[in-house]
Write a protein of this length. Sequence first.
Length: 239
Amino acid sequence: MANLTQLSVSNLRANSNLPVDVAIVGEVSRPGPYRLGGENVRPTLVQAIQEAGGVTTAANLREVELRRRTRQGAEQIVQINLWDMIQTGDLSQDLLLQPGDILTVPTAPAMTVSEITALTSSSLSTGVIPINIIGEVESPGALEVRANTSLNQALLAAGGLNNRARQRTTLIRFNPNGSVTQQEIDVDLDQEVNSATNPILQPNDVIVVGRNAQAAFNDTLRDFTSTFNLIWPFVLLGL
């Protein structure tokens, strides 16, 4: 790590006026190529992640990978622990970038609620995430919420449940591997953040709030009455 940092500094010192072309892939909001720095600004790994919109809640910060071509043409692969940086302030992990660097933020196999909270509260986070709330809330529709928002906080942001809502929601999640999961969750606004009853939301989560039994009955009765009123004149006419 020390040699790589020294190489980064020496290469950029003479060319700090030139922008640096790098690629960022994996668990960031906007993966792809980026042109950073220039005008005596030396771009760092953290700045690159922030430029890419921040990491997602599925990011594995303990095993971030930096691939770099040395002066001799060989490829170096360095594992970087950004989790240590946000936990202890270890700035040695925040390397200066060089032209052609490829930064990969892998997917975490699993994360605890406390880890997700720490991640989404850090400067590496996306800041806000898009979600969608459908059904029996006061203001259904698309929302942008803070990255560490819980299910209950999102429901309150949508105005809370209306008087037609049942006290149970369905959380639909689109996973990075392309699969979709559904989780039935009883609504209890007194619950603290936890994965079972008040989970932290992820980008593009969909919350569905269905009708309670009384609302469903009233809707069925109204539909029946409406249909009956349409056909009754024809019945009277013998048609």
